[in-house]
Design a protein around this ligand. Structure first.
Ligand code: TUI
Length: 317
């Protein structure tokens, strides 16, 4: 079976693209637009209570009858209730992030949902396959938010040689060229996050979109390495404060206090100074707002993909 078919057939979608589950950003509006356009739309539970997740799933179902996913953030204080809600609401795909979903795996799989853990190492990928995961997302450290150590360029082939289930590449992917680069590495599908913040159906505050538009390559920073939960975000007053705090004696507590509520402040209120503008390194290349459908169709455009392949083929004798 070809690489493209493994994921599109498993999820019953047209294009091998998953929308990244971004806390506060990935709501029913964005997810429904992506699913309608032929990708896999994903609602992110983040730190939200289970009833919010339930409402968003119901709202999505009123907008589309296409397959969709829910991203369960395993560090959430509401994770047990959210784990139950995704079962009751019959999510087609359950994607997990920021931890090991072992505890929930059997319960989810018994309902027929596809379970897809996000992993940042081949060891966790192999463990997830052993536990029955249907696929994994290999998320390199170019991604935004909570990240691992390895780049997409190294992580994707490393995981592909460690497991036989499909591998979705994530981190640094936003256009035809980067999508094809992921497919050259052997990925079965791509996960795109940051670019979908710029989608017209994305409800993130305009200040968040503007922050991405203005971002330059060196504006992408990683805070919180000392806490064990490194986070990639765009430089602002909060990021500078957090970076300075890493060298203080009680860094872990100080950083956790500073970070608390700051993502919501950025996404919902557009708080330029105190908000946490999590975004992938590709933020420096994003300038245009367009619909989710236009984004997906541009990435998979025959013309664009052919041009990239033609460009690369000059190295083939
Ligand atoms: O989860 C993400 N990205 C996120 S979660 C998030 S909310 C948050 N905010 C502040 C601190 C922490 C979280 C913002 N962005 N991506 C998926 C992802 N998962 N990236 C890396 C991992 C990961 C890392 C280690 C998954 C498993 C893992 O192993 C832990 C274990 O227990 O073995």
């Amino acid at each position: 079976m070809t690489a493209k078919q493994r994921i599109t057939e498993m999820f019953n979608i047209r294009y091998p693209i998953i929308q990244g589950g971004m806390a506060w950003v990935s709501d029913a509006s964005l997810a429904a637009a992506v699913s309608e356009a032929g990708g896999l739309g994903v609602i992110a539970a983040g730190n939200a209570p289970a009833n919010w997740v339930k409402e968003q799933i119901e709202l999505l179902k009123s907008k589309t009858d296409k397959p969709f996913g829910v991203n369960v953030m395993l560090l959430s204080p509401f994770v047990d209730e959210v784990a139950q809600v995704v079962v009751e609401s019959k999510a087609d795909v359950i994607i997990t992030g920021a931890g090991n979903p072992a505890k929930y795996m059997k319960m989810w799989q018994d309902t027929g949902a596809k379970v897809v853990p996000v992993v940042a190492s081949s060891a966790l990928a192999a463990m997830m396959e052993k536990m029955g995961a249907d696929a994994v997302v290999a998320e390199g450290c170019e991604a935004g938010g909570h990240i691992g150590e390895l780049t997409t360029m190294v992580l994707v082939p490393d995981i592909l040689q460690s497991v036989s289930i499909p591998v979705v590449a994530a981190g640094g992917i936003y256009d035809s060229r980067t999508a094809l680069a992921a497919f050259c590495l052997g990925a079965d599908a791509i996960q795109v996050g940051t670019r979908f913040i710029m989608a017209s159906e994305c409800n993130a505050h305009q200040n968040y979109k503007d922050k991405i538009k203005k971002a330059k390559d060196i504006d992408s920073k990683v805070t919180g390495r000392v806490t064990g939960h490194p986070v990639r975000l765009i430089r602002n007053a909060l990021a500078r404060k957090m970076l300075a705090a890493e060298y203080e004696a009680n860094a872990v507590e100080v950083l956790e206090e500073m970070g608390s509520g700051s993502l919501r402040a950025a996404v919902v209120e557009g708080d330029i100074k105190e908000g946490s503008f999590m975004a992938g390194q590709v933020a420096c290349m994003l300038n245009d707002e367009m619909s989710a459908k236009e984004i997906i169709e541009e990435i998979f455009s025959n013309e664009k993909m052919t041009a990239v392949l033609k460009d690369a083929s000059r190295f083939i004798k």
